[in-house]
Design a protein around this ligand. Structure first.
Ligand SMILES: [Zn+2]
Length: 82
């Protein structure tokens, strides 16, 4: 993490929705150019959003949430010490 990560991550969602001012947009995009970890977070969100948009719905399908929940659960169970 480099300095500015917190700021960038805070605005990534709004950035994707283009709901932030030009000032914040340029700050976020400038940070994304220099920070790999925020770029991958941004890419993940962007792909998720594109996927949802592709389905042609404004509401994400409930199956998506089930799939995500299963993934998170799996990660918790597999990754943690036992
Ligand atoms: Zn960053």
């Amino acid at each position: 993490m480099t300095s500015g990560c917190e700021h960038a991550l805070e605005y990534v969602y709004s950035y994707l929705d283009e709901e932030i001012s030009f000032f914040h947009q340029s700050r976020v995009s400038a940070h994304l150019r220099t920070c790999a970890s925020c770029t991958s977070a941004y890419e993940f969100e962007r792909r998720l959003k594109a996927l949802i948009r592709e389905r042609g719905r404004t509401e994400p399908p409930p199956e998506l949430f089930d799939a995500l929940r299963a993934l998170i659960q799996e990660e918790r169970e597999g990754g943690g010490p036992r």
